[in-house]
Design a protein around this ligand. Structure first.
Ligand SMILES: *Cc1c(COP(=O)(O)O)cnc(C)c1O
Length: 385
């Protein structure tokens, strides 16, 4: 197995020397002080860096393990090939929003698309969070913390209850402070896997003077959607993505559902051409070829049940119930030991251990073969220690 490639540390010795000399050139200008110019609130921030391992069984990012259907790929190339790549993309992504409207039965004007839902999270923070705070049900997806920080929105954590259900009263009372303007709930949640009841979320929608973001990135795998609540609540925002169930993580397409006044605020901070021609065409065609993907989703769900059962049979391992395409589990051994042991054996999962999740790891549901290898290697590590 090859080692990890850290994308920003590719400099060889010669380049390091060049970089050093460049530094000398900068020092010729005595008026220039980078420290005095860089944003003070980001001084301690460590840039997000996803490690890249080329030759491993990749069960760390909840991607679709079955690859992209070749027959849909052919359609995408045909469509993109007949267009003109020298022109900017449709800034309003009209075709894609129409296809999405058919899929979820929400009017196109209530749909906004983004370069991954990551971009939409940043847009939400920029529109409503900057200079204020957002409350988030933790433990959860780390990108809320990252984009909050970039947009100068301070994170106020409201811990989930012992069984990882959201603390609805805690979230409501967080917004009694006037500077908390956004509430974030991921459902099904990552990394815990459990979904929230729309009824619980509705309690918050009714009482909180805040934008309530429900991140439904894993909705196609389980949990009840909050989409039916959109007509009743002006403060509801729902996030979805093509990265998980629809196997398009590499093309970066996410979307957001909200009422018009909220969409109008978000359009002010949206990059005009945020979604490129290729990704718009691909996402529209994926919507028109949904049966292909629904079959794959069904297979993932079957494999999830098998994987859950296998995990529960290993002494000292406790898998948590899940409605997503991954399983969080706890082991008696330190999580780092399991993570490193698996990586040495060619299997990459996610170590999610932290004060709220002692001894916990998260594994994506892969193909039957991948899951079998993962279970075999995990057993090897646990039974030999
Ligand atoms: C994977 C994931 C996303 C999707 O991010 P993209 O930028 O659309 O790839 C969003 N929210 C959660 C909770 C996720 O796990």
């Amino acid at each position: 197995m090859n080692g990890c490639r850290n994308s920003w540390n590719l400099l060889d010795k010669k380049n390091v020397e060049k970089e050093r000399t460049k530094g000398d050139v900068h020092r010729m200008n005595t008026a220039f002080s980078l420290t005095a110019l860089a944003r003070e609130d980001l001084q301690g921030m460590v840039p997000y860096d996803a490690p890249y391992y080329p030759d491993v069984i990749k069960l760390d990012a909840n991607e679709n393990p079955y690859g992209f259907p070749p027959e849909v790929l052919v359609q995408i190339f045909r469509e993109v090939g007949s267009g003109d790549l020298s022109r900017y993309p449709d800034a309003a992504a009209v075709e894609l929003r129409k296809s999405l409207s058919d899929y979820i039965s929400v009017r196109p004007e209530n749909i906004m698309v983004g370069n991954g839902s990551d971009e939409l999270i940043l847009n939400l923070m920029l529109s409503f969070g900057t200079g204020a705070k957002f409350a988030v049900a933790t433990p959860t997806f780390s990108m809320y913390g990252v984009h909050g920080r970039i947009a100068s929105s301070a994170m106020h954590e409201v811990q989930r209850l012992d069984d990882f259900r959201i603390d609805a009263d805690g979230l409501i009372s967080a917004t009694s402070k006037p500077d908390v303007k956004i509430i974030v709930i991921t459902s099904p949640n990552s990394p815990t896997g459990n979904a929230s009841e729309p009824g619980e979320i509705e309690k918050i929608l009714k009482k909180a003077n805040a934008i309530v973001v429900v991140d439904e990135a894993y909705n196609e795998f389980g949990g009840e959607s909050c989409v039916p609540l959109l007509d009743s609540y002006a403060n509801l925002v729902i996030l979805r993505t093509f990265s998980k169930a629809f196997g398009m993580a590499g093309l970066r397409v996410g979307y957001l559902l909200a009422n018009t006044p909220v969409i109008n605020e978000l359009l002010k901070v949206k990059q005009p051409y945020n979604l490129n021609v290729f990704s718009q065409a691909a996402a529209s065609l994926v919507m028109r070829n949904r049966p292909h993907f629904l079959e794959r989703i069904k297979k993932i769900l079957q494999e999830r049940e098998k994987l859950y059962w296998e995990l529960s049979q290993i002494p000292g391992v406790k898998p948590y119930p899940t409605q997503a395409n991954f399983i969080m589990f706890r082991t008696a051994l330190p999580a780092a030991r399991i993570y490193n042991g698996l990586l040495e054996r060619g299997v990459l999962i996610r170590n999610v251990e932290g004060p709220l999740l002692p001894g916990c790891l998260r594994v994506s549901v892969g193909t039957a073969e991948e899951n079998e290898i993962f279970i075999e290697k995990l057993k090897g590590i646990i039974l030999s220690s």
